[in-house]
Design a binder for this molecule. Structure first.
Ligand code: ADP
Ligand code: MG
Length: 464
């Protein structure tokens, strides 16, 4: 069977699923799947990672089989194989996929108070620290956070049975606290008397110190060792604190042995936390470590739209675009800026537009007005020591392509040019090249220190 026919089978199934599942579920589990093989004996579907594979095997076999049958295809054995999608072959829904959870976000989430009232003071205490505003429903899933989202959902569905501990790490303001709290809230939503503890590592240290001081160490240990789900946020603060690490080591072992779930977040991977005892380090990698990335441009747009909608504010596309370009790494800052815009417009009864918003926020960044597109392109050529005509010309060698992509990225981040305009500045006809280049560099800036340094150096020279 030819590829196109094969694809059609899976595309049909995806079409069904897209209608029947919530947006968040569809995007999380099916967005990057594709058909590898289709015969009378079996269908092999490529999936991006082991979480998705497990989840599809466990939860979606029947849904997929039903869809095949309904559409008149035979229903042979179904297999999932981990295989990334070739670049440029994004699955259905990837374009608008970043709008995941957006539809659901407007729906009020159930408050803890709505749940059956639990009188035990113990369970009440065990919930301390959880903030009910952090849910899976109002988390926007997209490139950068989807793996963490999937793992957190898997853990919430069956705490303690897999990925224990679950270790999330990544930069500031990218949704770590939101996700790990969402796990706690989801666990309590399913089982109202679950003992879920959320605590920042700083608070943990403080409580430990107090317990020692007031000689109540056993209460302290007992409390944490009695949890069904223990969530510790920002564990990097344990660095260098030997006593705490020792205490936590014992807590960890007790919980792990009892198959209780631990979820840990940090701003860096265990191996990079200085003075973390080796024995703790080795424990942390027993389970699953996930590197959370900055959300990409589309995801940031979806986050902005979702948050604005929740506040009944409609934002024009160019404003969304502007905000998503200005705030690339920290969603907390992005949220802050958005709130500022909303407050400003509400107080004056104005509809937000680009002029207002860039006036309000643009100045903060101190961007000189005189900077031109050509200057940026010239700077890039100079930094990489290649002739300007090469960067503007047709050559496709790697040492020309990368500087060109960097230039496109900077035209976007520094001047907020539209994609067609960026393409034009670099002598390209097709604006999708500009979109891909900007996204690629954005990703690499997360992963590759040389790219980060290059961007920093070029930027520094632009603004002297
Ligand atoms: P971190 O713990 O990684 O520093 P937070 O979880 O505190 O970041 O996130 C910062 C803010 O951004 C929070 O208000 C959070 O709700 C919001 N946020 C981050 N990522 C998302 C997302 N994907 N969807 C919706 N809100 C998000
Ligand atoms: Mg946090």
């Amino acid at each position: 069977m030819s590829i196109t026919q094969e694809d059609r089978v899976w595309q049909t199934v995806l079409g069904d699923l897209e209608i029947s599942l919530s947006r968040a579920n569809y995007v999380t589990w099916f967005k990057n799947t594709h058909l590898i093989e289709h015969s009378d004996e079996k269908i092999v579907v490529g999936v991006p990672n082991v979480f998705i594979k497990n989840q599809l095997e466990k939860k979606y076999l029947k849904t997929i089989a039903d869809s095949l049958q309904k559409n008149g295809f035979s229903v042979p054995a179904l297999e999932f194989k981990i295989q990334a999608l070739a670049p440029g072959r994004a699955g259905r829904g990837s374009d608008s996929g970043m709008l995941a959870a957006q539809k659901k976000a407007g729906r009020p989430t159930r408050l803890l108070e709505d749940r059956p009232h639990v009188t035990s003071p113990l369970t009440h205490t065990y919930r301390q620290g959880l903030n009910e505003k952090y849910t899976f429903e109002n988390f926007v899933v997209g490139a950068g956070n989807e793996l963490a989202y999937a793992a957190c959902q898997a853990v919430a569905a069956e705490p303690g049975t897999k990925y224990n501990p679950l270790f999330l790490y990544g930069g500031v303001g990218i949704g770590k606290t939101h996700l790990i709290q969402a796990v706690g809230n989801a666990v309590i939503a399913q089982r109202s008397n679950a003992r879920v503890v959320y605590i920042s590592s700083e608070q943990f240290v403080q409580e430990f110190v107090d317990a020692l001081r007031f000689k109540k160490n056993t209460d302290f240990a007992g409390f944490y060792r009695g949890a069904d789900v223990l969530i510790i946020d920002d564990i990097q603060f344990f660095a260098g604190k030997e006593k705490i690490q020792e205490e936590f080591f014992h807590t960890f072992n007790a919980l792990h042995q009892a198959n209780k779930q631990m979820i840990i977040s940090s701003d860096k991977p265990p191996r990079d936390i200085p003075t973390l005892e080796d024995r703790l380090r080795s424990r942390f990698v027993w389970g699953m470590s996930i590197d959370m990335q900055n959300p990409d441009f589309e995801t940031r747009c979806a986050i902005i739209q979702t948050k604005a909608e929740n506040k009944d504010m409609e934002l024009p596309a160019d404003v969304v675009d502007f905000l998503a370009t200005q705030f690339q790494t920290n969603i907390r800052e992005l949220e802050g800026a958005l709130n500022q815009v909303i407050a400003f417009c509400e107080m004056r009864d104005l509809s937000p537009n680009l002029a207002i918003v860039s006036g309000l926020l643009g100045g903060a960044r101190g961007r000189p007005k005189h900077l031109s597109a050509r200057q940026i392109v010239e700077r890039c050529a100079k930094y990489y020591q290649i002739p300007l005509e090469d960067i503007l010309g047709p050559k496709r060698d790697k040492d020309i392509v990368v500087p060109r992509q960097i230039a496109m990225y900077l035209l976007r981040s520094e001047l907020h040019l539209s994609f067609p305009k960026i393409a034009h500045e670099l002598g390209r006809k097709d604006h999708t090249t500009a979109i891909h280049s900007v996204e690629k560099i954005e990703k690499e800036a997360n992963l590759d220190p040389t790219v980060r340094t290059a961007l920093q150096d070029i930027r520094d020279k632009l603004y002297v």
